[in-house]
Design a protein around this ligand. Sequence first.
Ligand SMILES: [Zn+2]
Ligand SMILES: [Zn+2]
Length: 433
Amino acid sequence: MHVHTCLSPCGELDMHPSAIVRAAVEAGLDGVVICDHNAADNVAATGRAARTAGCVAVAGMEITTEEEVHLVALLPDEAAAGVLHARVAAALPGRNAPAAFGEQVIASEDGEVLGFNASLLSGATSWTVGRAADEIHRAGGLVVAAHMDRERFGLVGQLGFVPADLALDAIEVSAATAYDAGRRRYADPLGLPAITGSDAHGPGEIGRALTYLHLDRAEAAEVHRAIRAEGGRAVLGGGRPMEDLALHILDIARNGAEAGATRIEVRVEEDAAADTLCITVADNGRGMDAETAGRATDPFFTTRRTRVVGLGLPLLRQAAETAGGGLTVTSHAGAGTRVEAVFGLSHVDRAPLGDVETTVLVLLAAHPDVELDWTHRRGAHEYSLATADLRAALDGASLASPAGLALLRSAVRHGEQSLSATADSESRTENPL
Ligand SMILES: [Zn+2]
Ligand SMILES: [Zn+2]
């Protein structure tokens, strides 16, 4: 949801349109939002490169306000980007000094240099945050408070508060913060959706944080509808695929559903006494024969033709072993697969669990007919949810419908809150002072 190109003075020169699109496709993304600092010269070329590759580059811009706050504009199309670009250019004083601030390259979709933007794109516009938000809305865009968790150039970091009359449409959590922590801290109190993105300045960073949107198809208008929660579109969640265990769980469970599983059982068990975190994902899908199962954790073996989001079993094994644990895969052709990963709970190299709400919502939005039995246990306390029970409460509506997703979301939130409330009261008991 936040990718710079070589137009940004801080962007690497190899961030040209076709390189961005290639990196996005390799990372398993359906789309990227192009947002360079205070300009949109490379939006149209990236859009063309994306269309050729079968993904989408949504037009955007990252505007620096007078208070040095970054606001991301999510724009409906390239024409709107052109309009906003001209408005921003008129409000942006100064000319670039490439030797000091970097080149600002305007590139073709094939990476040819077409020219240079001469404005000081690293500077601040003369717009206040309120004015910038108005200008973005006037251009038909949505206003996102960029990297809200960051001190520098973040809205709260710069102003110390969120102005009550500022018309925001979403909050962005940067890749430096766990998505669920950022959402709870910044987005939930404002009643806004939380998105996350890589803020990539080099191709290798694309996809390091990503947002899951429930859309009809990958296009800008659908992204807007998801952020506004219109017509059944929704922001489902987000995270960091290289780090968050919740996204590993999602990856394994989705593979099961795509391999024909109709039942998936997930258990996440945190045991402080034994110092283990144990994740079990079991399904009744096609399964694998012994040879394939043996090779499934081999990083050089894959049955996939393209990499999808998530790292697959080899990297889950690596994550488990790095944290003093291991991975077991049990599978029989025609009889399902069971993956069990154990981690040292307090191990310094254990990856964070991440946002399990994202896991449940994305899995069931994509596979609403799968029977999911989900349990999260922390010490002596646990909560479970079973899609069979939730469906009974939905009176025939799909779990992927707005009512279904809302029910899932509240069930997971309620369960997770019960675990953290328990953990808080336990730590108070152990630590009366
Ligand atoms: Zn920024
Ligand atoms: Zn940025």
